[in-house]
Design a binder for this molecule. Sequence first.
Ligand code: TUI
Length: 308
Amino acid sequence: MRTRITELLGVKYPIIQGGMAWVAEHHLAAAASQAGGLGLIGGANAPGEVVREEIRKARELTDKPFGVNVMLMSPHADDVAKVVVEEGIKVVTTGAGNPEKYMDLWKSAGIKVIPVVASVALAKRMERYGADAVVAEGCESGGHIGELTTMALVPQVVDAVEIPVIAAGGIGDGRGIAAVFMLGAEAVQIGTRFVVSREAVVHENYKQRIIKAKDIDTAVTGRTHGHPVRCLRNQMTREYVKLEAEGKSFEELEYLTLGTLRKAVQEGDVAGGTVMAGQIAGMIAKEQTCQEMIEEMMAQAQGLLGRI
Ligand code: TUI
């Protein structure tokens, strides 16, 4: 399955592993790239030097291309933006904001820039600023989300821009890949399923919570402050909803969320921690290697698309 995205990125398969905070570190990024997709290191809230180390460690594990996701709400975003240039990273994705102020720096360094967008307006703006592609991410995703579903967002973004569109949100198997190709996407970005990959250095409790999740087990916190985050329902989300109703400030609530994501991913506190996951968590039944996942999904997608 060759598309403009496989050509642009120089990858075998049109699958990008999401640059998830705390989860997308060098082991996962290297494994996803090694398996023929595009792995991403998630910059999240990490300082530039930590991201530099992650890049160097990933390079020891693979000679395939991988990228870095720059989380624009991070206080270290300016530093991370420079580190990716200094380290010769070829692909950058961005999330949770508008990356305009970094576009010139990255484009002049020859970096392929792929902003994650949740609206047609931002997609068009990013194209004008020289983006090479966009990820259109629907609100089925885990983590920080926009308003529209993947089904509604992807075809509208495809119609609005000339650059290739990568679909994200609610995709967990080959059926989802085939479906978004029908909507005009030329690749997919997948997060939640890769959390449960063998290579993801994520606490076993977190992986098991995703494996045991049912379709209706995610909740969205933070809607009142305009920063909605999807995660699995637990003691933390109940507490958050309570504090949100009491009118606590965005800063207080944001602090609660970010600190507790690390607690869930690294310490396995899946009750008091934030267990970010998308709506397809209910479809994930077992841990597999990145290679097993990618090959299974591609075979299923190709079978379906071949029939049409
Ligand atoms: O960024 C993500 N997902 C994330 S980031 C993250 S770390 C975090 N944790 C807690 C609170 C906040 C952040 C966890 N998950 N996905 C990409 C994405 N970007 N989804 C939606 C957007 C988005 C939304 C609005 C991008 C731009 C935007 O508007 C920007 C503008 O200025 O118009």
